[in-house]
Design a protein around this ligand. Structure first.
Ligand SMILES: CCCCCCc1ccc(Oc2ccc(Oc3cccc(O)n3)cc2)c(O)c1
Length: 256
């Protein structure tokens, strides 16, 4: 089993026990890591604290962080630096698009909706990477979450697909910039998982069934499987990998 004992990772985007971010947190915890959870606002704090407390690790820290605010991000990582000195990685599990932009016709996307989704789902990784760089002395690893709809059209995914395309290109350009500091930047393209966020995507159930019928493994993936692949990308076993998009999707992406 990979050991991340004595290492500290920031997990951004836990909403509840179904979150992929929580799956990543559990796998990191099992590997012995210390965790710092960030949450967007007070409404989310209670739920994140209950989950964090369930790990029973006294080193766990919670920090409020609204990724749409440069000031909040700067304060968040300054607080992390002050509390732990340095971190070894960041799991960026944050995305958003207005519900009306996740169904119907992409051509009808509003300017405001498009910019909001790009800001939260793609630009936030650039800002997080910039702030995290200053707290990752001995190098580190940044992992973000994407979906196949960023590479090709998946009905209803619409605006989020365009935001994920921007996110995946941002991973490559960030990997180019940060490699000289021995900071790696990768994405995990997860298969569909029934999370709070998934409720926002039109006709979600159809794709779950399609995976069971067409994916090479003939089954859907779980938060734990994505979490374990994230531990691989956070560990030295992936020290030669950066700018990569790792599909953890039962192989579905290889099918026509
Ligand atoms: C047709 C594609 C079906 C599979 C979708 C898999 C998936 C599920 C969830 C994903 O993450 C989000 C995150 C925010 C998001 O925007 C939301 C979520 C809930 C409410 C709302 O107003 N917006 C939509 C999807 C995601 O990027 C991808």
């Amino acid at each position: 089993m990979i050991s991340l004992k004595g290492k500290t990772f920031v997990v951004m985007g836990v909403a509840n026990f179904r979150s992929i971010a929580w799956g990543i947190a559990q796998s990191l915890h099992t590997a012995g890591a210390n965790l710092i959870f960030t949450y967007a606002n007070e409404r989310l704090e209670k739920g994140v604290r209950e989950l964090a407390d369930s790990l029973e690790n006294p080193n766990t820290i919670l920090v409020q962080c609204d990724v749409t605010s440069d000031e909040d991000l700067a304060k968040c990582f300054a607080s992390i630096k002050e509390q732990v000195g340095s971190i070894h990685g960041v799991a960026h599990c944050i995305a958003f698009a207005n519900k009306e932009d996740l169904k119907g016709e992409f051509v009808d996307t509003s300017r405001a909706g498009y910019l909001l989704s790009q800001d939260v789902s793609a630009y936030s990784l650039v800002a997080v990477a910039r702030e995290a760089k200053a707290v990752m002395a001995e190098g580190g690893s940044i992992v973000t979450l994407t979906y196949l709809g960023g590479e090709r059209v998946m009905q209803n995914y619409n605006l989020m697909g365009v935001s994920k395309a921007a996110l995946e290109a941002s991973v490559r350009y960030l990997a180019n910039d940060l490699g000289k500091y021995n900071i790696r930047v990768n994405s995990i393209s997860a298969g569909p998982i029934r999370t709070l966020s998934a409720k926002g995507v039109g006709d979600f159930n159809t794709i779950l069934k399609e995976i069971e019928e067409k994916a090479p493994l003939r089954r859907n993936v779980t938060q734990e499987e994505v979490g374990d692949s994230a531990v691989f990308l956070f560990s030295d076993l992936s020290r030669g990998i950066t700018g990569e998009n790792l599909h953890v999707d039962s192989g579905y992406h290889i099918m026509g």
